[in-house]
Design a protein around this ligand. Sequence first.
Ligand code: FEO
Length: 403
Amino acid sequence: MSESFNAIRITEHVHWVGAIDWPIRDFHGYTTERGSTYNAYLVTGDKNILVDTVKAPFMDEMMARIASVMNPEDIDYIISNHSEMDHTGALPATIAAVKPDKVFASVMGVKALDNHFRIGRKIAAVKDGEQMRLGNHNFTFIETRMLHWPDSMFTYFAADALLFSQDGFGMHLAASARFADEMDECIIFEEAAKYYANIILPYSTFVTNLLKKMAGLNLKIDMIAPDHGPIWRGGMIPKILDRYATWAAQRPTNKAVVVFDTMWHSTEMMARAIAEGIADGGTCVKVMPMAAHHRSDVITELLCAGALVAGSSTLNNAILPKMADVMNYVKGLKPLNLIGQAFGSYGWSGESVPQLANILKEMKVEAIGEPIKVEYVPDADALKKCYDLGRTVAARLAETCKK
Ligand code: FEO
């Protein structure tokens, strides 16, 4: 095992010692079609410091990579930037194996680690902005509360101008390359957007504030090393920072997403008519039948959209299960500044449309026109109504995007 996994040097004093999870396809409800990585970093110097660990089953891989550089027992300190188990699952066993002098976490991190693992030893709390000299190296801790957990923090390593950013600027992407500039840029930003939409989106206000705070700190940053996916350096750094600023702002774009599920194709016919109206109105439209799409891809499409039009047939006095699932998920991720409407067909009771309209209202989606309900199968008049709804949505988005 130890000879199969090697550390990868990323700067003068830092090695990547993480793990690659090639097969993972479901990350608590988020599809990870390209796998993931759990990045841990080893800072070497007068004192040796491990920054974050890995998911529990990958402990041996991390330890083998560390052992390719040094005896793991020579690690003096561990910094835990984030308490979620994909980065701390291996922490208790690592502490037991390495016996570090100290383990550092944010104030909230200390509580979270205790609640997770009852490690049975003191974890040292560091404060926002606190600077610390560990051996011959200086570190600054930057609290990033709610990005995306209360315990989250960044650690800045001055000697190599490197920011350890835990989940921030991360993505689920397994690869043999370690740097973003060594990979296909289209894939990098597609996965970064998916990660933002599925993990970071509800905390966008915190992102905007953090970007301002980071600019104010005026740190020299040559590298951003997240806990998932590739490491950012050079010209890739401003690109990911710009994307984060854009995604956090959630300005509506001239794009609509039509999400629906259907029993006997009536709601599908309505969705298609709405989409035709949107497209004829000059707006880009993404049609997402839930029989063919996953909830995590719907929120990714909504990240850069201006409208959400949602449709469902009525089944057992309710929304179809796949629509209930996606609407519950999307609502929780709190996309902002959307317009939209509900539609669907029914047989005799027809609750799905008002239920969908109510969810859209709870999401603060601005209603365009009225919900459209069709009994059994839409006729030409009903389909014209759907088409007209699409045109209205497109006209409104075009107007908004001009401003
Ligand atoms: Fe990658 Fe929030 O853990």
